[in-house]
Design a protein around this ligand. Structure first.
Ligand code: GDP
Ligand code: MG
Length: 440
């Protein structure tokens, strides 16, 4: 999608006179790109007529930058489509909240429940998980496994087949244990069957959730609107989480979900790992849709990195190949509290894993350990972009050379992969349109 809209806007930038035809062509191109990104067809046509209404070329006084006005109008219109006008319920630490997850089977409910729990656990909440999915064999095992890994108390049953009973018992148990965030995972089955809808209604009635979160697979295409609407009609959905935005999904379904549920997107899922969850922010999301890169990250970069160091760093980061050598340099910078260290600490999932308690001794020791391990690598290994290069024999050689266990080397490589993924966001950073050195 990015390509399409950026191209459309770029063409517009190149045109010397912005007349009716240029605007029409541009809107056509944008509409096509939005449809390709799974934005609902009705929303695309609404957006088109809104832009036409807002951008009255004739009425614009001479000398005003018309291109910029069109560009801003497109950006603003997409932002508006993602804003339902009212914020969602936000849990408060120390005060009991019950949050129920709904969505079709396979949308990512169980995975997202744990991510959501862990996110709040890091913020000091006492979350707990209740498995009210008695439909799917293995549902309880899956939740149990996730919860155990994240050290979050859970409740469920292999024997009981009534989801309402389990939900009530679970909520009761954790209320007594002073949990302040009880998360209820529900069953999904396949389609928007009447039985599923009725089950959801009963679980909601019995547990009286403060918030119902609709979980939607980001890759379901034009089906997003109808699916979101079906859930809205049967449960009082108050927020949306869109999952699987790490894959090929372009994310346009998020606009449909907001329109259909009249609720905001609060998080996005960006992978299968427990920390692959990001707080949803409208402007960076739209800027990504428009192919302008991750605006918030870019803004932070410009805020904290001194101007004279920006271009060198930028070049390395935007080259798109995140080698172990670059990882080494970043860690060095992190330890010295250099500017890039500050940028790193703002990456979702970065600081929380590498420096869970800030710059304490433990985190510093871990980073130094990683660096010691890399000191035993060859140049070829440090500069390689081929993940297959790290064979078992190489790993044991590196372990021996650095006096560490094989597991330590594996841990370091695991961390490297995770961070390389986070850094893929920087790739298009240099393409962000800038004016007078200020991000649009
Ligand atoms: P549920 O049936 O709604 O509970 O869905 P699950 O939580 O069991 O997830 C279904 C599948 O989607 C699992 O294989 C998850 O690992 C995967 N999944 C969930 N969220 C994400 C995500 O954000 N990104 C990716 N790549 N996979 C995800
Ligand atoms: Mg599930």
């Amino acid at each position: 999608l990015g390509g399409g809209i950026s191209r459309a806007l770029a063409q517009m930038r190149d045109a010397t006179v912005i007349d009716e035809k240029v605007l029409t062509d541009c809107l056509h191109e944008i509409a096509r790109a939005l449809l390709q990104a799974d934005v609902h067809i009705k929303m695309v046509s609404d957006m088109r007529s809104n832009i036409r209404r807002i951008v009255n070329l004739e009425a614009l006084a001479a000398g005003i930058n018309k291109r910029r006005i069109i560009q801003q109008a497109v950006f603003a219109e997409l932002c508006k489509m993602l804003d339902p006008g009212k914020p969602s319920f936000v849990p408060t630490k120390g005060k009991l909240s019950v949050v129920m997850f709904v969505g079709l089977q396979g949308s990512g409910k169980t995975t997202t429940c744990t991510k959501y729990a862990r996110y709040h656990q890091r913020k000091g909440f006492k979350p707990s998980l209740v498995c009210a999915d008695t439909f799917r064999a293995g549902a309880f095992d899956q939740l149990k496994q996730n919860a155990t890994k994240a050290n979050i108390p859970y409740y469920g049953s292999y024997m009981e087949s009534d989801p309402v009973k389990i939900a009530v018992e679970g909520v009761e148990r954790f209320r007594k244990e002073n949990s302040d965030l009880i998360i209820v995972d529900t069953s999904g089955r396949h389609k928007q069957e009447a039985a599923l809808i009725e089950e959801m209604r009963q679980v909601a009635e019995a547990t009286k959730p403060d918030l119902v979160i609709f979980v939607m697979d980001g890759s379901i295409g034009q089906a997003a609107f109808d699916q979101a609407q079906a859930f809205k009609q049967s449960a009082s959905v108050g927020a949306v989480i869109v999952t699987k935005l790490d894959g090929h999904a372009k994310g346009g379904g998020a606009l449909s979900a907001v329109a259909a549920t009249k609720s905001p997107v609060i998080f996005i899922g960006t992978g299968e790992h427990i920390d692959d969850i990001e707080v949803f922010e409208v402007k960076p999301f739209v800027s990504r849709l428009l192919g302008m890169g991750d605006l918030s990250l870019v803004k932070k970069f410009h805020d904290v990195v001194p101007v004279d160091q920006q271009s060198e760093l930028m070049q390395k980061l935007t080259e798109g190949t995140f080698t172990l050598r670059l990882f080494y340099e970043l860690l060095q910078n992190l330890i010295n509290m250099g500017p890039i260290g500050q940028v790193l600490s703002m990456l979702p999932g970065f600081s929380s894993e590498l420096m869970p308690k800030g710059h304490d001794k433990e985190s510093q020791a871990k980073i130094k350990r990683y660096m010691t391990i890399m000191d035993s690598m060859t140049n070829a290994e440090l500069d390689s972009t081929n993940p297959k290069l790290m064979s078992e024999s190489r790993i044991s050689r590196i372990a021996r050379g650095s006096g560490r266990a094989v597991k330590d080397v594996m841990d370091m490589l695991e961390e490297y992969k995770r961070i390389a993924k986070a850094f893929s966001k920087f790739k298009n950073m240099d393409k962000v349109p800038k004016r007078n050195n200020k991000i649009l």
